[in-house]
Write a protein that binds this ligand. Structure first.
Ligand SMILES: [Mg+2]
Length: 457
């Protein structure tokens, strides 16, 4: 089965090193070649969300508390995160890579995969391409944006290859290098093997990469408890497995609630804000949604429900459904509900241009209330574009809602530029709440591999 030796190179994976810190160094010469930590807020009690290589030499890592980092390196320069800048560079980097090879998939703000064609499949050609990309980035985006590039027969192996040489790496993993080049790795170094999967593997007696390698696809499937195990096995052995994810199926937002937002009426308020934000994205993409889902959980007990309706872009419709479904969520969670987490999603998309209006609902479609509400939201979006994200909002959502509306960095979904324009006027407080520090808490990028669309923003 393992004729991986003959597998051509099919993927180029690029991972930017110390991405946020590198962007800061690129922007500010005073930070260049110096130990830098990027922090969500300027406070010693917070954690670094990125550190430069110069800082890593002092043992400072993503997730190190700023106070500890300063102890490790008294000359450490701490700068506040500027996520809009990182998103801007992200798009510029993609533009540059696209000049050399189309970006096949964006995995996160600092990771992208490209598919090699036949002419690029030979190691010499692929290495040459990788050098051209690096040079193009240095010349047209910034010399301080270093990347590690992995070349391999599968996207998983190419990603693993980027971890083998940092910073500024270029690693080719050929079929004939397998499994030899993988044997030094810990199971936890493999993308997709988080603490939970590691435990499952351990329970199955798999404690090293060589043991994992020797499994059969069937055994992998049994350990994973899903076809995902088989897919992982094939990808690890250098087979090209088509992506399971197709096009966008859900526009969703979720939020872990602050302790003081956990009571039902405040949690509902947050859910409403998330709904408005999702509806804005929906309109930006030129889509109408025919489904709305609401989910929440009160610690262990989860609850989810969804409804379907004629496709619309009207935020009022989504809010009405949210309000209609909310009592069910509260009832399910008990009288003294304390919510840990709420999640909303829009789905069943149709491009607005192709939408067939429901003849009965929109008998006089141009003048119908439904149509005019959609137009109204179009105008609200335009005004907010021009004057700032919170110029026009619903009175019921005014006030502290901004704390939740800000665009956070989602490592599985890179925000569009417009989402930052929308949140530009948010207060410092809002920004603080908005920053996604999951990476700081869980610095293993690998845990993100193959997360469902739901795991986004
Ligand atoms: Mg990176």
């Amino acid at each position: 089965m393992t004729d991986a030796a003959n597998k051509p190179l099919r993927y180029l994976f690029i991972d930017f090193n110390s991405y946020f810190a590198s962007v800061e160094q690129q922007e500010n010469p005073l930070l260049q070649n110096r130990p830098v930590a990027v922090a969500p807020v300027m406070s010693d009690t917070t954690c670094a969300i990125a550190v430069s290589y110069e800082a890593k030499r002092f043992g400072i890592r993503t997730g190190t508390k700023i106070a500890d980092a300063k102890r490790l390196c008294p000359d450490l320069l701490v700068v506040p995160a500027r996520h809009e800048l990182y998103v801007d560079y992200h798009h510029r980097l993609i533009e540059e890579i696209d000049r050399h090879i189309p970006v096949h998939k964006v995995w996160s703000i600092d990771e992208m995969a490209c598919k090699l064609d036949r002419t690029e499949a030979h190691p010499d050609a692929a290495i040459d391409l990788a050098h051209r990309i690096k040079q193009g980035i240095a010349e047209r985006v910034g010399a301080h944006l270093k990347s590690s590039i992995g070349l391999a027969p599968s996207s998983l192996l190419a990603k693993i290859a980027t971890d083998m040489e940092k910073p500024d790496g270029l690693v080719v993993l050929r079929g004939r290098d397998l499994p030899g080049r993988l044997l030094d790795l810990d199971l936890r170094d493999l993308p997709g093997v988080g603490p939970r999967m590691n435990r499952r593997l351990d329970n199955a007696g798999v404690r090293s990469v060589v043991q994992l390698w020797r499994l059969s696809p069937k055994q992998a499937r049994a350990i994973w408890g899903s076809v995902g195990g088989e897919r992982f096995w094939y990808a690890l052995h250098g087979f090209d497995i088509p992506d399971q994810e197709t096009q966008r199926s859900v526009i969703g937002h979720s939020r872990v609630l602050d302790p003081d937002s956990r009571v039902a009426h405040k949690a509902r308020f947050v859910a409403r804000t998330l709904t408005l934000k999702a509806a804005l994205r929906l309109r930006r993409y030129g889509l109408a949604a025919g489904g709305f889902m609401l989910a929440g959980d009160k610690w262990e007990k989860g609850w989810a429900s969804h409804v379907r309706f004629p496709p619309t872009q009207d935020s009022f419709v989504f809010l009405r459904w949210l309000d209609a479904m909310w009592p069910g969520l509260v009832a399910k969670s008990g009288a003294r509900a304390s919510f840990r987490h709420v999640q909303i999603g829009l789905f069943d998309f149709v491009p607005v241009a192709h939408r067939q209006h429901d003849l009965f609902l929109h008998a006089d479609s141009k003048n119908s209330v439904a149509h005019r509400c959609e137009e109204l939201w179009g105008v609200i979006d335009k005004i907010n574009d021009q004057y700032g994200g919170d110029t026009l909002t619903l009175a019921s959502q005014h006030g502290q809602n901004l704390q939740y509306a800000g665009t956070k960095i989602a490592f599985s979904r890179v925000p569009d530029r417009f989402e930052f324009q929308q949140s530009q006027r948010d207060s410092a407080e809002a920004r603080r709440a908005a920053i996604h520090v999951q990476k700081a808490i869980k610095p293993r990028a690998s845990a993100r591999w193959g997360r469902p669309a739901w795991a986004e923003g």
